[in-house]
Structures are given as structure tokens and as C-alpha cells.
Design a protein around this ligand. Sequence first.
Ligand code: CA
Length: 372
Amino acid sequence: MKRKDFFRGLAVGTVALPITIRAISGDLSAQQNNSTGAISGKVYNWKMVTTWPPNFPILGEGCNLFADMVRRMSGGRLDIKVFGGGELVPPLECFDAVRSGAADMAHGCAYYWAGKVPAAQFFASVPFGMNAQQMNAWILSGGGWELWRELYEKYNLVPFPAGNTGVQMGGWFNRAIDTLDDLQGLKMRMPGLGGKVLERAGATPVLLAGSEIYTGLERGVIDATEWIGPYHDYKMGFHQIAKYYYAPGWHEPGTMLEFFINKDKYEELTPDLQEIVRVASLWINNWMLNEGEKRNAEYLSIIQNEADVEIRTFSKEILDTLRGYTKEIVAEITTDDPFAKRVYDSFQAYRRQATAWSELTEKVFYENIQVM
Ligand code: CA
């Protein structure tokens, strides 16, 4: 659009809608044309499985809130019962449970499915990748969601953005990590790509379920662990047993969470119920991030005041080295999997622009930040 056309459009209120809004409206009119468009009184009873323990702070609570919102907005026509991990299916079986229709939808994090679907992890978090604001911009406005839907359609699923942890912490350590030598032989609980990066740096990633981490760290089965951020970490009690708390969570700079719905079940819904699900998921996407940011700030201060813990940041040498290994590992994944390459190319194209924008603005702001 030419500049003068843009301003003329503004004056008469006919500026073209951004592409994503047009795409979504287009989807909706197609759906309405295919149905009577009338609100049916049919009640849908759905089961939502989750990868979190029941009522897990923020993540599980957000799922309960989503179910309540959908129930209220639909006048009870879409009634979703939420199950914690293990209550209906084990946490890491949610993907298959929803594919097969054993459950109607799930809440989780796309990197859990990286073993089956390598491209999925780019919709969750990549070490040294994008923060929550940038992930939202890429997914919601930058074409990420379209790729995500195309990928999940192969598995008979429809994905929705549904929360973000915000930047995580680097983890709890029983010894200081001053140089790369300190990573040698370090037994650290760190799942996913971050674990692979650490391994390349000489550490030994250890897989432990959430419930086993505290005793593992206390008894020296592991020397270190990451979890989420100050709020969830404090509730796990790590400040009672670890000496050092490191920032930043280089491995998870802004982990996006997801809902995914069995495609057949989603398509059975009337258009108004589909729209309720979409809008409620976007509301939850925002709510989880806001809750996390608020609680993490609050609990960082509690940890600083209450715990005998040294809070440190990783050195530039360590972060530069880990970033180099991340680049190698991502190159291997995208070489092996063409869809992962398409997703990562889109991710990278937006990230390049976003980085230039934030270096000029937010970076300078943060370097000069102070409470007035
Ligand atoms: Ca984590």
C-alpha cells in the first residue's frame, strides 16, 4: 500500500486488515457457509489432559480457568473437564491421546513432542531463541501459527498458543560455575535441546521427573537442576538445598505453551464454539505470562531476602560457548528434517528483525534501567 493510500484509508476507515485478521475472518466465513450458522443447543463434553500435575501453579490453574471461561461463554454447551498429568494418561502421552481421540484436547509444551515431531520444539523454545514478546509476535502476527497448524494437521491436531513461562532462570547449582571447566562432568537435570547443548559442553544431562529433582539434588545424585523461575522454583524448595542460583535461563528464554485439540472434535463444534475456544486460548496465553511475570518478580525478592543463596549470572564466555553449540545442534536438526527447516527459517527471519529492533530500543532501555 502506498503511503498516501494508507492515509486516505485512515480518513475513511477502509484500511486493509492485517493479514492474520483477514485470514482468521476468512476461516470463519468459510465455516459459517458450511454450517447453518445457527447456535445449536447440543452440549459437548470434552476431556482435557495436561502435562502438569493437577492444579499446578499458573499452568494447571490456567487450564482450569480456560475450562471455566469456555463453560461460561458457551452457556454450558462446551463443558471441558481438566485432568492433571497421570490422572487419565501419563504426561508425555498427551499428544498420542489427543491424536487418537482418547482425550479431546491437551495443554502442554511442544518441545515434549520433539522425539516424534522435530519441528514442534521451535513452537515452544529454543536455547538463545526468542523471548515471550517475540514468540507471541512471531506466532500470532509473523506466520508462526500458520506453520504450526500445518505441522499439527499431519497428526490430526489443531494447535493454539496457550501461555508462556517468560524467561526462565539458569538453574540451581551446588558449585560455582565460573568457567567452562566447571561444566565438565556436571550432572545437571536439564531436558530437551538445552540438555544436548550442555552435553556438548562436557556436562552430563540427567533426566529426572519433577517429583524426583529435590531429593536428587539434596543427595548429590545431581549437582544442578533447572526448573522454571523464582516462583515455581521456590515452591520446589531448591533454595533450601542449593548454594547458587544462576541467571539467565539461556536454554528457555520464553517458553510458549500450547493447547491442541483433536481435529475431528474441533470440526464438530459449531463456529461460535470454535471462536470461543480460540478467544479463550488467547486470553489464557496472556494470563499465564502475566501471572508468571508478577509471581517471579515477587518470589525473586523473597528468595533474596529469605534464602542463603548466592544469585549470579553466567559469564559471557560460558554463554558464548553454549550459543555456539546451540547453533551446531539446530543446524543438525534442520538438516535432518525439511519441515523443521521451514519452521526455523521463518523463526530466524523474524528473529533477525526483532533483534535489530530490540537492540536499538529495549536493550538500551534495560542497560539504563532504574526505579525512579
Ligand atoms: Ca525449564
